[in-house]
Ligand binder design. Structure first.
Ligand code: NAD
Ligand code: DAU
Length: 332
């Protein structure tokens, strides 16, 4: 297969490209605008006869049309992805996440290209800490932030293009990813790189918010499984039973890096901060036979810490600008 991967120079997209090269014979074209979140270096070392990078915008209809015409499938990762940024300026979120997805869907429709849309569990809103329920494919949409509402909008566009125009599409909604190549603005890399630089981790609010962590490589294997065996028109939730509160995660990072487990600061909370996400991925596991490989979060986190320790040249150029943004919003 020739796969067009949008956002393939970002965190999860680049992990997917590495996974495809290592585990299949497919060739990949990455379409990426290289925003502040995209990084060519995340694709370094991949074979040139299997992976091509096209620097461009998913809002560029002519470029998207030309690329769609020569691919068998589009896997759509490109997005503005950070909740805090969406609170500071929602505009690029509406453009890339909603209008960008529309632009890709129109090209997939015209050229009858298989389409897989990457989305998030945040479209479902949040859960109470003691709620026994987890999100399923039947949970009602209830997004909280500008980011999650634009992702919800993009999911609904995909569903409408399936039903109205017969576009051959699937959707997946995944929980919080961790692993190599994640931008230092995000929670886990921010805290790891803070400690590596001699700074204290920063927990929003009380640190009790829960996220359901999955290794990015497990997300990639799930997406390949859906691309291969998923039923057209269906949605699949992706998760690896990795619920942890933010305080527990920071304590693990501090301990792994030889610091006292309470050497963190509590800072200003995120407005509208979702309390808890939790995924029930029974459908993906039972209907398509997928299972995650990284069952042990502490081991996956330790490997991720090692990656950041060994790859300072990858993250250091972005650290200062990122922390300056957090200082401006009072979250430093
Ligand atoms: P990221 O911010 O690390 O990467 C996004 C990539 O998209 C970057 O390379 C950026 O340059 C590119 N991009 C942005 N706007 C573009 C445009 N207009 N045209 C072309 N390229 C553009 O994001 P991520 O964390 O890797 O997330 C990837 C996808 O996965 C997103 O759709 C996100 O909603 C979804 N997702 C993320 C998580 C998570 O935990 N990070 C979980 C579930 C789903
Ligand atoms: O659930 C999937 C989503 O996970 C994806 O759709 C998003 O693209 C991705 O960014 C992520 O969203 P979150 O808002 O959950 O991730 P973030 O890394 O920003 O924050 C994780 C948790 O950590 C959240 O409760 C906020 C908290 N946090 C974050 C930062 C950056 C802190 O306590 N301190 C911090 O410095």
């Amino acid at each position: 297969m020739r796969i067009l991967v949008t956002g393939g120079a970002g965190f999860i997209g680049s992990n997917f490209v590495h996974h495809v090269v290592a585990n299949t014979d497919h060739t990949v074209t990455v379409l990426d605008k290289l925003t502040y979140a995209g990084n060519r270096a995340s694709l370094a070392g991949l074979p040139a006869d299997r992976v091509e990078l096209v620097v461009g915008d998913i809002l560029d209809g002519a470029l998207v049309d030309e690329l769609a015409a020569r691919h068998d499938a589009i896997v759509h990762y490109a997005a503005e992805s950070h909740n805090d940024n969406s609170l500071a300026d929602p505009s690029p979120f509406v453009q890339t996440n909603v209008v960008g997805t529309f632009t890709l869907l129109e090209a997939a429709r015209k050229h009858d290209v298989r389409f897989h849309h990457i989305s998030t569990d945040e479209v479902y809103g949040d859960l109470e800490l003691d709620d026994p329920e987890r999100f399923t494919e039947a949970t009602a949409y209830n997004p909280s932030s500008p980011y999650s509402s634009t992702k919800a909008g993009s999911d609904l566009l995909v569903r409408a293009w399936v039903r109205s125009f017969g576009v051959r599409a699937t959707i997946s909604n995944c929980s919080n990813n961790y692993g190599p190549y994640q931008h230092v603005e995000k929670f886990i890399p921010r805290q790891i790189t803070n400690v590596l630089r001699g700074e204290r981790p920063k927990l929003y609010g009380s640190g009790e918010n829960v996220r359901d962590w999955i290794h990015a490589d497990d997300h990639s294997s799930a997406v390949l499984t859906i691309l291969d065996k998923g039923v057209l028109g269906e949605t699949y939730l992706i998760g690896a039973d990795g619920e942890k509160n933010n305080r527990e995660v920071v304590e693990l990072i501090l301990t792994e890096l030889g610091q006292p487990s309470d050497a963190y600061d509590l800072v200003t909370d995120r407005p509208g901060h979702d309390l808890r996400y939790a995924i029930d991925s029974t459908k993906l596991r039972t209907e398509l036979g997928w299972t995650p490989r990284y069952g042990d979060f502490a081991a996956g986190l330790a490997a991720t810490i090692t990656w950041y320790r060994d790859n300072e040249a990858w993250w250091a150029p972005q650290k200062e600008a990122t922390e300056a943004k957090y200082r401006a919003s009072g979250q430093a």
